[in-house]
Design a protein around this ligand. Sequence first.
Ligand code: SF4
Length: 270
Amino acid sequence: MNTDMSIDSNLKEIVEELKRYLEFQESMGLKTVTAYNKETENGTQLITEKEVPRTEPMATKNNQTEEDIIIIEEPANLFDGSKTMTLEEIREEIGDCTRCKLHEGRTNLVFGDGNPKAKLVFVGEGPGRDEDMQGKPFVGRSGKLLTKIIEAMGLKREDVYICNVVKCRPPDNRTPEPNEMSTCEQFLFKQIRFIKPEVIVCLGATAAKSILRTKASLGSLRGKFHMYSGTKLMVTYHPAALLRNPHFKKPAWEDMQVVMKELGLPLPKN
Ligand code: SF4
C-alpha cells in the first residue's frame, strides 16, 4: 500500500516536472515536439512530430503583440475608492484563508518577506515544500540561488521584498491553476500598492502572466521593462529554471543588470 502510494507520488512528480520542462521549452519558443511513439513492422521506431499550438497573447488594452512592451494598470475594481492597506492589514485580511482549494494542503501560509519600503520586489509563482514548512518565501534551493543573485546585484536579502502570486503551496509543486491565481492575486496587488517599489521582477512565466495579463512567452517578455501601474516590471527566469538549465544564467544576469542600472546600482566591470 505504502509502496503504491510512493510510486503514485513519484509518478506525479515526474509528470509535473515534464510538464514544467515542456512549458519552459515552449516559453523559449519551441513550436514542435518529437514523439517516439510507434513501432513499425520491422521493429524500428516511427518518429512523428506534433505541432504544439502557440497561444496568442491575451488582448490587452493596447492590442499589443508578443514583441511589445505591456503597460497595465492595477485592477480598478480592487482599489476603486479604497485606501491603501498596510502589509499588516493585508495579512489580517487574508486571515486563515480558505478562499481557494490550495488551503487544503498547506502547512503555513507564505505571505511575503523583506523590506516593506523596498525599491525592488521579486514575485514568484507560489511556495514550494521548504517555503510551506517555514512559512517564508524562497528558502529552499531556488531561494538560495535567488539570495546569491540579490547579493551579486550589490544588495542584501533584507533590502528587497519577496513574495508569490499564490500564498499557499500547490500540491506536488504543480503550477497554480488560473482560478487559484485569480483568487489570490488580489493580495499581491495590495502588497505592491503598499510597497510602491521602483522595480518589480517577475520570476518565471507564471508570475508574469498573472500580473501582465498576457499569454506571451517568457522568451518574448524578458529583457525589457514592462509597466504595472506606473512601476517598471522585468520578467526573467525562475531560479528553479536556472538550477535545471545553467545556460539561462547568463540571460537572467543580463536582465538583472538592466534592473541594477534602473536602480542606480553599480554594474560589475567586465
Ligand atoms: S492560495 Fe491564496 S486564496 Fe488560496 S487559500 Fe491560500 S491565501 Fe487563500
